[in-house]
Design a binder for this molecule. Structure first.
Ligand code: PGA
Length: 250
């Protein structure tokens, strides 16, 4: 199975020129790698300009909760499909932080899956010290998947992103591969409760939170893990290309 490496550019870079330059460097490296699925999630506005050429797939960082209607500022999954996007990140903690709740996340996940986008549901506890954090993650998953038909399982990916490990919160300190391993088992068990065994066993689970070229190997080698979601380090093409190369060898 190919490793999945997703670049989440968040609200950067600030110019089209920079975006095109980073994209071009990643594209030429990704073209040589067979063992990695390289996905870039730039800001919406750059999506039609970057085009999912060659081996790189494009992801949206969010989708609207509806397919049509008067939603000022929103972008539908259908529009995204129309410009060549194949993945969507749903429920990122930075969106939860600005008020996106579990119900909205569920609707967005449904829309994204319904339109055929591979959908990366982000879950994770806020504080490292939160005692019942597996419980928090379980609730996030159960609420997001509630009412979503099992046949969408094959297009669903779960990203475990403990919020405290995201570089903007942690000053670059990631979680440990061991914890990711334990959480991936827990996440799989939770999905089993909702969608049953075969969906749970096949579900790709990836890690996100301060992944860089130094620590990527540990997370990519986790048994049962399928890849990484990279924020800050994905804006540095050299660093990100190193992560792609590591993923290619695992
Ligand atoms: P980070 O971000 O790699 O900068 O920690 C990851 C994310 O928020 O998806």
């Amino acid at each position: 199975m190919k490793k999945l490496v997703i670049a989440n550019w968040k609200m950067a870079p600030q110019t089209v020129k920079e975006a095109q330059a980073i994209f071009a460097k990643i594209k030429s490296r990704a073209a040589r790698l067979r063992g990695v699925e390289t996905v870039i999630a730039p800001p919406f506005i750059y999506l039609p300009l970057l085009k999912s050429a060659g081996k790189i797939k494009l992801a949206a960082q969010d989708v609207a909760k509806d397919d049509g209607g008067p939603w000022t500022g929103e972008i539908s999954a259908r529009m995204l499909k129309g410009v060549g996007v194949s993945y969507a990140i749903i429920g990122h903690s930075e969106r939860r932080e600005i008020g996106e709740g579990d119900d909205v996340i569920r609707e967005k996940l449904y829309q994204s899956l319904f339109r055929g986008l591979k959908s990366v549901l982000c879950v994770g506890e806020k504080e490292k010290s939160q005692e019942a954090f597996p419980h928090i993650v379980r609730e996030q998953i159960k609420k997001a998947l509630r009412g979503i038909p099992r046949y969408f399982a094959s297009k669903t990916i779960i990203a475990y992103e403990p919020v405290w490990a995201i570089s903007s919160h942690s000053k670059g300190k990631a979680d440990t591969p061991q914890n990711f391993f334990e959480m991936s088992i827990f996440i799989r068990r939770t999905v089993l409760d909702v969608w049953g065994k075969s969906a749970a066993l096949r579900l790709p689970i990836i890690y996100g939170g301060s992944v860089n070229a130094k620590n990527a190997k540990g997370f990519l080698e986790v048994k049962g893990g399928s890849g990484v979601l990279v924020g800050k380090a994905s804006l540095d093409a050299r660093e990100f290309n190193k992560i792609l190369e590591i993923a290619d060898t695992i």
